[in-house]
Design a protein around this ligand. Structure first.
Ligand SMILES: Nc1ncnc2c1ncn2[C@@H]1O[C@H](COP(=O)(O)OP(=O)(O)OP(=O)(O)O)[C@@H](O)[C@H]1O
Length: 328
């Protein structure tokens, strides 16, 4: 058994827009064990990023965390004062974003962006912080660390910048690293290197990773546990091998069918028909009903709740509920 590092319970985050209330995250629950990677997967617009931002409490207006708990150790992050939360961000919990360039300050050198926070968060002297920074740069696989400390962000490639972002995230030895599509903006070879780096960090430092991705190849490479989101809700959850071998929800099956398989030639890659619905005024039906090949009458009337099955597998789908009429 592994210890639970973080537990998200009944989290709901809504955007209060002029068009109505967007239920981006709607009653989401899952756990992150210490030292493990949990991947949150789903198409664009399913609420993955807003879930990650909610854990960091970085949801901006008109977004609001409406309810729920985010247990981290013996604290509920949603009950902390802003000052306490700021103390946790970049310390116990760090985040790496999709676009490294937008997270770095273009007018400061890499050294300035690494050294200052180390002095502030870990109370190191400038000399110690500089040595630590050089060590972190080496750790994320960048040679000639001293030169790198003097470089400006625009002088670096996307892959290098992402490594720097990871170095900054690691500088405070977080227990949880949140990575939101960390490789989407990178080319395939660099992607693989960054994923290897993250896997190495997990193994060496026992850092848990909350990985946000739409890419099942990345999930297979990285995750211990998978949470599938659709239209703001968790619709399936399982250990990674179980999910790939025995997907249950028609949405998850569709995602897996849309993934290219090495050695299998296909005229056209499958894609799930239709689109993720607008998350305003979704109504009572299952949000996937209109796109589902296995839709039952009940699916158009009521949303299924998520229920626990065998092998740590949870699913929210009427197909797996007993006593449901299958007649049209
Ligand atoms: N500032 C905002 N105002 C209104 N709605 C928003 C805002 N930010 C996000 N949303 C809505 O919240 C929903 C979930 O967005 P989210 O970014 O979490 O999706 P995602 O699954 O991470 O997709 P992507 O990979 O495209 O970011 C979407 O329907 C989106 O339109």
């Amino acid at each position: 058994m592994t210890n639970t590092l973080a537990e998200i319970k009944g989290l709901s985050t809504y955007f209060h827009t002029e068009e109505g209330i967007v239920k981006a995250v709607d009653d989401v629950s899952f756990s992150i064990p210490a030292g493990r990677t949990v991947a949150v997967v789903g198409e664009s617009g399913c609420g993955k990023s807003v879930t990650a931002l909610s854990v960091m409490r970085l949801v901006a207006e008109p977004g609001r965390i409406e309810k729920g708990e985010i247990r981290f150790g013996d604290q509920d992050l949603l009950r902390l004062r802003e000052g306490e939360m700021r103390g946790l961000r970049g310390n116990d919990i760090a985040m790496v974003f999709q676009e490294p360039m937008s997270s770095l300050n273009p007018v400061l050198t890499i050294g300035e962006q690494l050294i200052e926070p180390l002095m502030e968060h870990r109370l190191l002297s400038k000399k110690e912080a500089r040595a630590e920074s050089a060590g972190l740069i080496t750790r994320v696989g960048i040679p000639r660390a001293e030169e790198m400390l003097k470089a400006y962000p625009h002088e670096l490639s996307g892959g290098m910048l992402q490594r720097i972002m990871i170095a900054i995230a690691l500088s405070c030895q977080p227990k949880l690293l949140i990575a939101d599509e960390p490789t989407t903006a990178l080319d395939v070879t660099v992607q693989a290197q960054i994923l290897d780096l993250l896997n190495g960090i997990k193994a060496e430092s026992n850092t848990a990773i909350l990985l946000i991705t739409h890419d099942l190849g990345v999930v297979a490479e990285m995750a211990d546990h998978v949470v599938v989101m659709y239209a703001g809700k968790v619709i399936e959850e399982a250990p990674v091998i179980e999910l790939f071998q025995n997907p249950r929800h028609p949405y998850t099956k569709g995602l897996l069918r849309s993934k290219p398989v090495i050695g299998r030639r296909e005229e056209r890659l499958y894609s799930i028909p239709g689109q993720v619905p607008q998350l305003i005024g979704l109504g009572e039906a299952c949000a996937f009903a209109d796109r589902c090949e296995s839709c039952l009458p009940v699916c158009r009337e009521r949303r299924p709740v998520i229920t626990q099955g065998e092998n740590g597998h949870l699913v929210a789908c009427w197909l797996y509920e007993e006593g449901v009429s299958r007649d049209e």
